[in-house]
Design a protein around this ligand. Structure first.
Ligand code: ADP
Ligand code: MG
Length: 269
C-alpha cells in the first residue's frame, strides 16, 4: 500500500507562480483524474512532482510513503516509486528502452528483474500494447510518432511497476484502438489480481475517453494553479459538456481573452 501526499504545493517557473497551493492524496489502487484548461498548470504539476529543474518550488511538501521527495533528484523520486509519462516524451538517441529500464530497475534495487527476464517481459508487454519490435531496437522514441511514444510510455510504466504514476495527457496522439490498449493496461495495474500491489494513478486529461476505461474514483478541476473543485466521475461528463467557464475567476477569464494585455500569451498556451 503506497500513498502520495501532496500538501500546499506552490511552484514558479520563469518568475511566475504557476502552482498556487495543490493538495491531493493518491493511494494504491486509486485513480484520480485532473482536468483543466490550457495553461492551468497541469503539466507543471507533473514536472514539479518529479523534480524538473526549471521549476522552483516555493512551498509545500510531496511525500511518498512518508518520505519527502522535494529537494531530491528526479532519479531518486523515480526509484522511490513515482513515475511520469510526460505530455511530450523526448527522443534519446543511442539508448534503447531496454537499456533505460535496466538502469531504472537496478537503481530501484530490482537488479534481478533487469537481466534476461527483462527482454522477455518487454516483448510480451510490447505485444499487448502494440509497440512494434523495431521501436524496441532503436534509441528511445527516435523517429517515433506521438502515438508510438505514448505506447512506449505505457510499456515503461508496465515494466517498471511504479507505486504511483502521473499520466500527462497520455491520450493525446493515440488513436482509438491504441488508447483502449494503453488505458486497459494501466487500469489492470490499478486494479490488479489479489496479492499484487495496486498502482495509484494521477491522470491529467482533457477527454472522457481515457476515463471511460480508467474509471476514476475522483475527478479534480485545476484552474489557475489551484484545484478548485473535486467530484466523482460525473464531474468529467459535466466538464466535457460545459467546459471550465464556471470555474474561471474574473482575472483568469480576462487572461484567457484573445485581446488586450496578455492576449498573445493566451494564444500560445
Ligand atoms: P497545462 O499543462 O495546464 O496546459 P502548463 O503547466 O504547461 O499548463 O503551463 C502553465 C503555465 O506555466 C503556462 O502559462 C505556461 O506558459 C507556463 N510555463 C510552463 N512551463 C514553462 C517554462 N518552462 N517556461 C516558461 N513558462 C512556462
Ligand atoms: Mg500540459
Amino acid at each position: 500500500m503506497s500513498e502520495l501526499v501532496v500538501t500546499g504545493l506552490r511552484a514558479a517557473v520563469a518568475g511566475r507562480e504557476v502552482l498556487r497551493g495543490i493538495d491531493i492524496v493518491v493511494r494504491s489502487g486509486e485513480v484520480h483524474a485532473v482536468m483543466g484548461p490550457n495553461g492551468a498548470g497541469k503539466s507543471t504539476l507533473g514536472k514539479v512532482l518529479l523534480g524538473h529543474p526549471a521549476y522552483e518550488v516555493l512551498d509545500g511538501s510531496v511525500c511518498l510513503d512518508g518520505v519527502e521527495l522535494l529537494g531530491r533528484p528526479t532519479w531518486e523520486r523515480a526509484a522511490a516509486g513515482l513515475f511520469l509519462a510526460p505530455q511530450d516524451p523526448i527522443e534519446v538517441p543511442g539508448v534503447t528502452v531496454a537499456a533505460v529500464l535496466a538502469e531504472a530497475l537496478v537503481a530501484s534495487g530490482r537488479a534481478a528483474a533487469a537481466g534476461p527476464a527483462l527482454l522477455a517481459r518487454l516483448a510480451e508487454e510490447a505485444g499487448a500494447l502494440g509497440v512494434s519490435p523495431a521501436l524496441l531496437e532503436r534509441g528511445l522514441n527516435v523517429d517515433a510518432s506521438g502515438g508510438e511514444r505514448k505506447r512506449m510510455e505505457t510499456l515503461q510504466l508496465a515494466a517498471l511497476a511504479p507505486s504511483v504514476a502521473v499520466l500527462d495527457e497520455l491520450d493525446s496522439g493515440l488513436d482509438v484502438d491504441a488508447l483502449r490498449e494503453c488505458a486497459q493496461r494501466i487500469a489492470a495495474a490499478a486494479r490488479p489480481a489479489p496479492g499484487v500491489t495496486a498502482l495509484g494513478v494521477l491522470a491529467i486529461t482533457h477527454y472522457r475517453r481515457l476515463l471511460d476505461v480508467l474509471r476514476p474514483d475522483r475527478v479534480h478541476v485545476l484552474v489557475g494553479g489551484r484545484l478548485v473543485a473535486s467530484g466523482g466521475p460525473e464531474l468529467a461528463d459535466e466538464l466535457e459538456q460545459a467546459g471550465y467557464a464556471a470555474y474561471l475567476d474574473p482575472s483568469e477569464a480576462a487572461a484567457a481573452a484573445p485581446a488586450g494585455e496578455g492576449g498573445l500569451d493566451a494564444l500560445f498556451r
